[in-house]
Design a protein around this ligand. Structure first.
Ligand code: PMP
Length: 410
């Protein structure tokens, strides 16, 4: 059985992709405003990434990490250069779940504590241990998971009880540590804009206060940048920088490889030291082909000034979506940054009752118009707009005009 979060998209058979456009088997073109769940960063089939992959594939595919390979080392160096502070050690794995698994293990080894805190409405993966971090019933199987994981109140400015006051939500985190843990914890996981959770931006001031509390309890702060990294939020290269914090561990996946299976864990030399107690091995993690793709992505992002582009197009989109909110009562909230936006649909603006059926209907109507957006949030009532970063002003206008059209017919 597939989840209702994604089943409608499954009815499309997509056979080709070119930058921000996808094509189905009949040759019909769709504007892609979801990038395969934010997995395509610089554009479907971006020529520079394709060239890098083809070149490396012809030369050498893989020997596993038993031998050195300059492509992996060069890429790790380029990635570390883009990180702030002392975040200089990079491990490559194949998926976001694996990256978060590894971060969790490192935090436990480094601190000698076991308890981990994540946020409600978070998504951190589907492996048995990351499923425990994830806080959405949709993604939880009835198996043992999350031993030692606690979920703090989500600093959600739209639905949370404390509105946009980040410090009040941080008080709940302090209370959680006092009541549910031995007072010492291994780590705290967070996204900076919750992706699967419906582009929920954490209330301002939350992360600095939360990091203080976590560090006083001996814990590490782990930023999951799987969806928010690489300039997508426009204002900064990394999502956590939008709240002025520097994590101890950062996890990366999805857009890092523009669609190739690549993910990374970045941390400080001191923390990385804990993995030298034993061998660490991952057959495909850090293979030359995916490393070549990841390196090409970094170069394209710089060359094409994609962070600035995300800021400009994102501001325009936000502005137009807010105007649309004035016109259509069904839009309860418009939020996000850069090209990481959410439009939450409600039956009533006072009660904020999720307009789940309407969201599904509009989602289908948009698809019929040739526009693909994402659908998500705890109640499945949020349009998630996270296109490939080459999404243009004209694409933004086409998307909003399309939304206006289908909403006017509701
Ligand atoms: N973290 C976040 C924020 C994600 O959005 C996802 C995937 N949706 C993951 C982790 C897990 O990544 P993967 O599916 O590659 O395991």
């Amino acid at each position: 059985m597939v989840s209702d979060v994604i089943d409608v998209v499954f009815q499309l058979n997509i056979v080709e992709g070119k930058m921000q456009y996808l094509f189905d088997e009949s040759g019909r073109r769709y504007l892609d405003a979801f990038a395969g769940i934010v997995t395509v960063s610089v554009g479907h089939g971006h020529p520079a990434v394709v060239d890098a992959v083809v070149k490396q594939t012809k030369l050498l595919q893989h020997t596993t990490t038993i031998y050195l390979h300059h492509a992996i080392a060069n890429y790790a160096e380029a990635l570390a250069q883009r990180m702030p502070g002392n975040l200089k050690v990079v491990y490559f794995v194949n998926s976001g779940s694996e990256a978060n698994d590894m971060a969790m293990m490192m935090a436990r080894l480094y601190t000698g504590s076991f308890d981990i805190v994540a946020l409600r409405n978070a998504y951190h993966g589907m492996s048995p241990s990351t499923m425990g971090l994830t806080a959405h019933s949709t993604w939880k199987y009835n198996v043992a998971q999350g031993f030692g994981v606690h979920h703090a109140m989500n600093p959600d400015p739209y639905r949370g009880p404390f509105g946009a006051d980040g410090k009040l939500y941080a008080n709940d985190l302090a209370n959680l540590l006092e009541s549910a843990t031995p007072g010492r914890i291994a780590g705290f996981f967070h996204e900076t804009i919750q992706g699967v959770g419906g582009a929920v931006e954490l209330a301002p001031g939350y992360l600095p206060a939360a990091y203080d509390i976590v560090r006083k309890a001996g814990g590490l702060c782990i930023a999951d940048e799987v969806q928010t990294g690489f300039g997508r939020t426009g204002s900064n290269y990394w999502g956590f920088q939008n709240q002025g914090v520097t994590p101890d561990i950062v996890t990366l996946a999805k857009g890092i490889g523009n669609g190739l299976p690549l993910a990374a864990v970045v941390t400080t030399p001191e923390i990385a030291q804990v993995l030298s107690q034993r061998l660490h091995f991952n057959t495909y993690g850090g293979n030359p082909v995916c490393s070549a793709a990841g390196h090409a992505v970094l170069e394209v992002l710089d060359k094409e000034k994609r962070q600035e582009h995300c800021a400009t197009v994102g501001d325009h989109l936000l502005h137009r979506l807010r105007a649309l909110q004035e016109k259509h009562d069904i839009i309860g909230n418009v939020r996000g940054r850069g090209l990481m936006l959410g439009v939450e649909l409600v039956k009533d603006r006072q009660t904020k009752t999720p307009a789940k059926e309407e969201t599904l209907h509009l989602f289908e109507q948009l698809k019929d118009l040739g526009i693909l957006v994402g659908k998500g949030g705890l109640h499945g009532n949020v349009f998630r707009i996270k296109p490939p970063m080459c999404f243009s002003m004209e694409d933004a206008d086409f998307l909003v005009d399309g939304m206006d059209h289908v909403m006017s017919k509701l």
